[in-house]
Design a protein around this ligand. Structure first.
Ligand SMILES: C[S@@+](CC[C@H](N)C(=O)[O-])C[C@H]1O[C@@H](n2cnc3c(N)ncnc32)[C@H](O)[C@@H]1O
Length: 336
């Protein structure tokens, strides 16, 4: 999922990213990449608004059926009277995927084992904050080629999050103590706002009813124990919130599918900021971003095969695993 490239590149990249999970979106994206008229329509949008996820979700919001034929999407965009554009302008891609916790929680457990304090979880780009509750699920790992099941419940359990695992992975044991949950987002999603949570559901890809059900459960979990997610830009507001969170426990700043939304120069600034915070002992840093987004972290792990769409999970700047973008699978690597 690469933003800030040409429209054709973005839609081709998205088609590969969605291929295994959404035949409809893979088809739509492939066809947009070959449709000069629709590309010209998309080119009128500001660059950050040209993303396939956002354009497709806005079309669905206004009644385009998905799964459904590309011709209906095409007609809706080209005939738009400004309604779809208004939704694209007003809303953004805030997809909140709780299954990403299946890949993040083992790293949180490692940090907890290295600290004598409970965790203060600070999510950069939290959306509705559903990933702030690692201690509220059972993790079901399917290990190796045999997919041997193993579970871990580090607290109470509102449901199971499943992840296939390859590589040298040890299923964590024991509990996770979380003393504080909070974060930053440019536009935090209010879990009690019906319109806002319906938009989150629309962002889930069409064929993925299971993800939509999981999102509803995750929103319930978040409603029961509200997290302290504040409006703010991670590039400017993070250090102050890190210091505030440190009063509660060992601060873990984490982010998934967020840094991709920063301009390339700001991605470097963000990585520098995090490296400085880690070097000064103010927090730990768990990153989980698409492979090209934080290249210095990806470079500390094995070479990623061309054409393999993956996220890269890192701890304090060191690659730990390749992860599926929605947390369904991971390939774990040894940390030196
Ligand atoms: C795709 S969502 C990911 C949400 C969540 N991290 C997850 O993995 O489910 C990206 C989120 O990052 C937020 N975001 C993007 N740029 C940001 C910035 N500069 N500061 C704070 N939040 C930002 C967006 O508002 C959005 O809610």
């Amino acid at each position: 999922m690469e933003l800030y490239t040409s429209i054709v590149d973005q839609y081709e990249d998205f088609a590969a990213y969605a291929a295994a999970d959404s035949p409809c979106f893979a088809d739509w994206a492939t066809r947009v990449a070959a449709d000069a008229e629709v590309q010209a329509w998309i080119a009128e949008l500001p660059p950050i608004k040209q993303q396939p996820n956002l354009v497709f979700a806005a079309a669905r919001w206004h009644g385009v059926a998905a799964p459904g034929p590309y011709t209906a999407l095409r007609q809706a965009l080209l005939d738009d009277d400004g309604t779809i554009v208004a939704t694209i302008s007003r809303r953004s891609t805030q997809t909140n995927e709780v299954n990403r916790l299946a890949t993040l929680a083992p790293v949180f457990a490692r940090i907890a084992a290295e600290s004598d304090r409970p965790l203060a979880l600070l999510e950069a780009g939290a959306s509705a904050g559903v990933c702030l509750y690692p201690d509220r699920y059972t993790y079901r790992y399917l290990l190796g080629p045999e997919k041997t099941p193993a579970t871990w419940t580090p607290g109470t359990s509102a449901g199971e999050l499943t992840c296939r695992v390859k590589g040298t992975f040890e299923v964590p044991t024991g509990s996770l103590e979380v003393a504080w949950r909070g974060g930053l987002d440019l536009a935090p999603v209010d879990v009690d706002d019906e319109d806002a949570t319906r938009w989150l559901e629309t962002l889930v890809w069409p064929e993925q009813d299971e993800r939509r059900a999981r999102l509803r459960t995750a929103l319930e979990v978040a409603r029961r124990e509200p997290a302290d997610v504040r409006a703010g830009d991670v590039l400017t507001e993070l250090p102050a919130l890190v210091d505030e969170a440190s009063k509660h426990g060992e601060v873990v700043v984490f982010h998934t599918a967020v840094v991709a939304y920063l301009e390339p120069e700001d991605r470097r600034r963000f990585a520098d900021l995090m490296s400085t915070l880690v070097a000064s002992g103010r927090c730990r840093w768990v990153s989980n971003e698409s492979k090209t987004v934080l290249p210095t972290i990806a470079a500390t792990g094995p070479d990623i095969p061309d054409g393999h769409p993956t996220f890269v999970l890192g701890l304090d700047g060191q690659e730990m695993a390749w992860t599926h973008g929605h947390g369904r699978a991971m390939t774990w690597h040894d940390i030196p």
